[in-house]
Design a protein around this ligand. Structure first.
Ligand code: AMP
Length: 416
């Protein structure tokens, strides 16, 4: 069966969702399906295995969760785990679990998220009370399987979410081990923002005659975002950030640094400058991460400083700005990062700081997104050293002059 590719006129009803699910969708306030939902939901409801090329922010969770909840139907008296979703990070697992909570409530479905970094007992208790849906990271899931708290022999639906990130984080062998324990007769869905060869190989092993759907998330997301680049010396980045944060429009700002250490240090420095900021990264305890996230979501802290892995999959509504304090050395990460400011079709603003050592990352990013990023050349910390040499040199101010000018304007701004 062919499904229309334009999603503009499609409704959730056109996607074969039943009346109970349509009420659920209305209840959560989704008026129209996103492209990945339009393309994936009907196939999943037909029982097909599916490979979805989509990233977080595209609405992919609902793309698999809505049809799975519909197919699970009302929970039978005796509960067995019938749907398993694997996610690479705790935050993503918690968010997916939350969505299942919203969508599965009316059917009386029970769900639990299983991840490390917190005590296992509450998770074990939930499992022992009986659940229909488990959303898990691979490590803790295997721990609990090895202790016989989890049986996967009744799984009907299996989702591998953010498969490329699973690969990056070294979870692929764990995933393969878990898949070996699943019944052969099941429906499998694999979602990934990118499709490197290793993921294609994995999908051949794990899925049966899958339908492939794509939501072209990278270009659409990037198109909605106003992106700019600030050439700045490494030592001036912090002052430039503070300068940008003075703008009242910077209300909820997600800042990315290259390392956990830099995230911590920057958050401390911002707090010392009376800019409430929290850091979120993999060395923080689960409770510290959740606390930081909820303070940011509620608007109590304006700035969240994150590393790539910590921010992966975070569902934060209305981030006003994404600021790449450090440019990522993997160009795809740039697209993932700035996607935080353009959730489900909203537009956003992304600023990137680039020092002289990061110019090659910038070139790779611009080649991935197939567009140059606009340069902000009027700011108090302009660095002629970081900026590529002007072409042709004669028609532009000399580097030294630009540098002197920038120092002067810095003074002016500081005295304001
Ligand atoms: P995801 O890509 O699953 O992380 O979803 C990103 C965000 O979009 C989440 O906050 C969802 O609740 C939201 N969302 C998903 N589907 C829709 C839709 N059809 N309309 C509006 N928002 C949606």
């Amino acid at each position: 069966m062919e499904y229309p590719e334009t999603h503009t006129k499609m409704t959730f009803k056109d996607l074969q969702l039943n009346s109970a699910m349509l009420r659920v969708v209305e209840g959560v306030g989704y008026s129209q399906p996103t492209p990945i939902q339009t393309r994936a939901i009907p196939h999943i409801l037909e029982g097909r295995d599916l490979v979805g090329c989509a990233q977080t922010g595209s609405g992919k969770t609902a793309a698999f969760a809505l049809p799975i909840v519909q197919m699970l139907g009302r929970s039978p008296g005796r509960r067995r785990i019938r749907a398993l979703i694997l996610a690479p990070t705790r935050e993503l697992a918690a968010q997916i679990d939350e969505e299942f909570g919203k969508f599965g409530h009316e059917n009386g479905l029970r769900h639990v998220s299983i991840f490390g970094g917190v005590g296992q007992q509450p998770q074990v208790n939930a499992l022992q009370r009986g659940v229909d849906i488990v959303v898990a990271t691979p490590g803790r899931l295997q721990d609990l399987m090895n202790q016989d708290y989890i049986r996967l022999d009744a799984i009907e639906f299996f989702v591998l979410d953010e498969a490329d990130r699973m690969l990056d984080m070294g979870f692929i062998n764990d995933v393969k081990r878990i898949v070996q324990r699943l019944p052969k007769a099941r429906q499998t869905m694999l979602f990934s923002a990118t499709m490197p060869q290793a993921i294609q190989d994995l999908s051949k092993r794990m899925l049966t005659n899958p339908v492939k759907v794509e939501a072209n998330p990278q270009s659409t997301t990037v198109e909605n975002i106003a992106q700019s680049i600030y050439f700045v010396e490494g030592g001036d980045k912090r002052d430039l950030l503070k300068h940008i944060l003075q703008d009242p429009a910077s209300q909820r700002v997600l800042v990315f640094t290259r390392t956990k250490h830099r995230a911590n240090r920057l958050a401390q420095q911002l707090n010392r400058a009376r800019i409430p900021a929290e850091a979120i990264h993999g060395n923080k305890s689960q409770s510290a991460r959740s606390r930081a996230l909820s303070k940011f979501k509620s608007g109590n802290t304006a700035v969240l400083v994150a590393t790539d892995i910590a921010a992966r999959g975070l569902d934060i509504d209305s981030v006003s700005h994404v600021i790449n304090f450090d440019l990522p050395n993997i160009p795809e990460s740039y697209v993932h990062r700035i996607g935080r400011t353009a959730r489900a079709g909203a537009s956003g603003i992304a600023y990137s700081f680039c020092d002289v050592n990061e110019r090659k990352f910038l070139r790779e990013i611009e080649s991935l997104i197939r567009q140059p990023i606009a340069v902000v050349d009027e700011h108090p910390y302009v660095s002629a050293i970081a900026a590529p040499q002007p072409q042709p040199p004669a028609s532009k101010p000399r580097a030294n002059n630009r540098r002197r000018r920038s120092r002067r304007s810095r003074k002016t701004s500081a005295s304001r």
